[in-house]
Structure formats: structure tokens, C-alpha cells
Design a protein. Structure first.
Length: 194
């Protein structure tokens, strides 16, 4: 009897079977991506969503400038100004930083961080110190009127004869108008001395 199918050698049959089984396995993997084979192929992790803002350039923030002679504040007992034994406390500004985020209207919201130390003096009995920090957003150019200026109060609890305490202010309420070339000037503001 004559066969209509030509004879296939053993080696060729093995190759055909291997290709067929591989194709069937891959088809099974694609249809069962949640199965074991799908997890092995994907590394066992779900796809990670990345926000386009991740690759956006940083939003420019205004330069920070410590107002001259405002990095230190000393508080004395009334009538004993400049007497070392009448010193209640002294506070300093040490570090500052800011970051900005773009708002839909084109303005920039600024997150401002300031920190420093408060040290008790010989006359301090313990309690809360409230440090007055002025923050002003000033446009570029000399003699320009500030766009905004406000005093932020920083409470610090300080014990009598205690070592210095670190204070930190993080404030997110400042906004720089769209297109404004400005800088941020800050420092302690004791108001008018009497």
C-alpha cells in the first residue's frame, strides 16, 4: 500500500513536536497571565504607573535671603538689657530651604522650611517662647514694595537651665504670583523696641 503522507525521520519529528509544545505553552501563558506561568514571565509584579510629573522639570523657586542682623534674637528681663544675668533666652536661625509647585493659574505655591535653636539664659524660669519670624515676598528691583509680608509665630517650649532646643517652621501658605520675579526675605522681627 502506498502512503499519501511522506515518511518523516525521527529527528524531524522531535523538532516538530518541540515547536508545537512550545507554541501551546506560550498560548497557555498568554491566556492565563494570572497563572503561575504568567507570574514567572512578568517577574511576579504588577506594572508600575508613573506620573508624568515625575519627569517634569523642577518648578523654579524664589531665592531665600536672611535679612541682615535678624538671625539672632535676645530677650532680657525688663530693665536689664545687655546684662548677661538678665538674659531670658536667645534664639538663632541656622538653616532654610524652599520648594515650589506650579498652580493651575500659573502662580507658584512655596513650601518654606526654617530652623534654628533657642537657648535659655540665667534668668529663664521655664515655659514657652514665641519667636516672631517675618517672611516677605519682595519683587526684583531696588526699593520695590513687598508683594506680601507677614509675621509667623513659632512656639518653642524651653525648660529652665535646659540645653538649647531646636525649633522648626514648615509653612506652605505662601504664593508667588504668575510671572513674578521675586525673592523671599526673612528674619526675626521683634517689632518696635520700647
Amino acid at each position: 500500500m502506498i502512503s499519501a503522507i511522506p515518511a518523516v525521520s525521527g529527528k524531524t519529528l522531535k523538532i516538530i513536536m518541540a515547536v508545537g509544545l512550545s507554541a501551546a505553552a506560550l498560548a497557555g501563558c498568554m491566556s492565563a497571565a494570572d497563572g503561575v506561568a504568567g507570574k514567572v514571565i512578568s517577574g511576579g509584579q504588577q506594572p508600575i504607573e508613573i506620573s508624568p510629573e515625575t519627569f517634569a522639570p523642577p518648578v523654579p523657586c524664589p531665592a531665600l535671603q536672611l535679612q541682615s542682623n535678624t538671625f539672632l534674637i535676645r530677650k532680657y528681663v525688663r530693665g536689664k538689657d545687655d546684662d548677661p544675668q538678665g538674659l531670658l533666652y536667645q534664639a538663632t536661625v541656622k538653616d532654610w530651604a524652599n520648594t515650589c509647585t506650579q498652580q493651575p493659574d500659573g502662580s507658584r505655591r512655596m513650601k518654606l522650611g526654617l530652623s534654628g535653636d533657642v537657648t535659655s539664659g540665667p534668668a529663664w524660669k521655664g515655659g514657652e517662647v514665641v519667636l516672631p519670624m517675618r517672611v516677605a515676598i519682595v519683587p526684583g528691583g531696588s526699593g520695590a514694595k513687598p508683594l506680601s509680608s507677614e509675621i509667623v509665630k513659632i512656639p518653642v517650649t524651653l525648660g529652665a537651665n535646659s540645653p538649647s532646643e531646636t525649633w522648626t517652621l514648615i509653612e506652605e501658605k505662601f504664593t508667588i504670583p504668575a510671572g513674578a520675579d521675586a525673592k523671599v526675605v526673612f528674619g526675626f522681627d521683634e517689632g518696635r523696641r520700647r
